[in-house]
Ligand binder design. Sequence first.
Ligand code: SER
Length: 395
Amino acid sequence: IRSTFLDYFQGNGHRVVESSPLVPKDDPTLLFTNAGMVQFKDFFLGLKKPPYKRAVSAQRCVRAGGKHNDLDNVGFTARHHTFFEMLGNFSFGDYFKEEAILYSWELLTEVLGIPKSKLWITVLEGDDESANLWLNKIGLEKERLIYCGESDNFWMMGETGPCGPCSEIFYDHGPSVPGGPPGSATADGDRFVEIWNLVFMQYEKSSTGQMSRIPAPCVDTGMGLERVSAVLQGVTNNYDIDLFAKLISGCAKIFPESDVSNNSLKVIADHIRSCSFLIADGVLPSNEGRGYVLRRIIRRALRHGHKLGNKELFFYQLVELLVREMGGAYSVLSEKSDLLAVTLKSEEERFLETLDHGMKILLEHIKKSKNKNIAGEVAFQLYDTYGFPVDLTAD
Ligand code: SER
């Protein structure tokens, strides 16, 4: 799927550009690379002249902090990850809405063979230009075109930076999965899954909140590799795609009491990806900034291992399996595999000393608590003495 996407856009005049690392270069506004467009930010803003007008990439992304944060959804939905791969095509002042829409439709329905009747489209309220393209150029049935407000259909990279209205493509997994169409009260379910976002970049938001026009309208798109894989592999949960199936069955071997549908295994499989890629890209566990986000994700994974009855070191053992699965597409992972295992193991050794004791205290307080509340003092003690980040306690 990854190479089909890259080949399609290369065939349509796009330069294939390597994924950039997860730590954005010279960009203090962003914790992690959270989208394919991050490495092209200066091209959109007109600060640097791009050596090509069209690009395509498969970008490794982490959304575990800042404006786009999916950490709290992992383990609760079929479609969220802390680490995922984003397939994207980009135009730097070259084509705009019409070609972006035509390319996406051709790739999904003709190259990948997804039935048109399963696809729903959203556009920003007032963006009649995009709506007309979908209805008249593509021939989409009116019933499957939905107008949404800015919270859904205006994309911003962070609190500041390039931004613009967007049009999103959803896949309907059918009535066996709970959830309603985009814009409805039950849109948060997993039935209608956004698989591709087409952003029509036109503005820059400054730190004072001012919107100014960028030099030329641009296109930034992002399709979730795991989500589209689920569609093409005929499964309704991202954690059932081939790549996760192997990671999850590898995890299940470590915890013989668990079966592969266990949610904790999914969380662990998600977290080994983000943690390994973050370390490979130069982040080390620490008590602040990026390193603390990494530490929090590792500790969440260890807490899920504990929930499965584990008292031994286990997390670092998954590195080998991950490298086997993803080292081909991302050589940085195979090159750094020793560092990944050593770093995760020592982090695990530190936390295992206090995890068990801290969990006993936490569970006692949860049992005693009314309305799911525990006292701030307890959360602080868990943090201060037992190394429980507060979001781990909340989780
Ligand atoms: N930047 C947009 C997103 O992340 C499209 O790539 O959804």
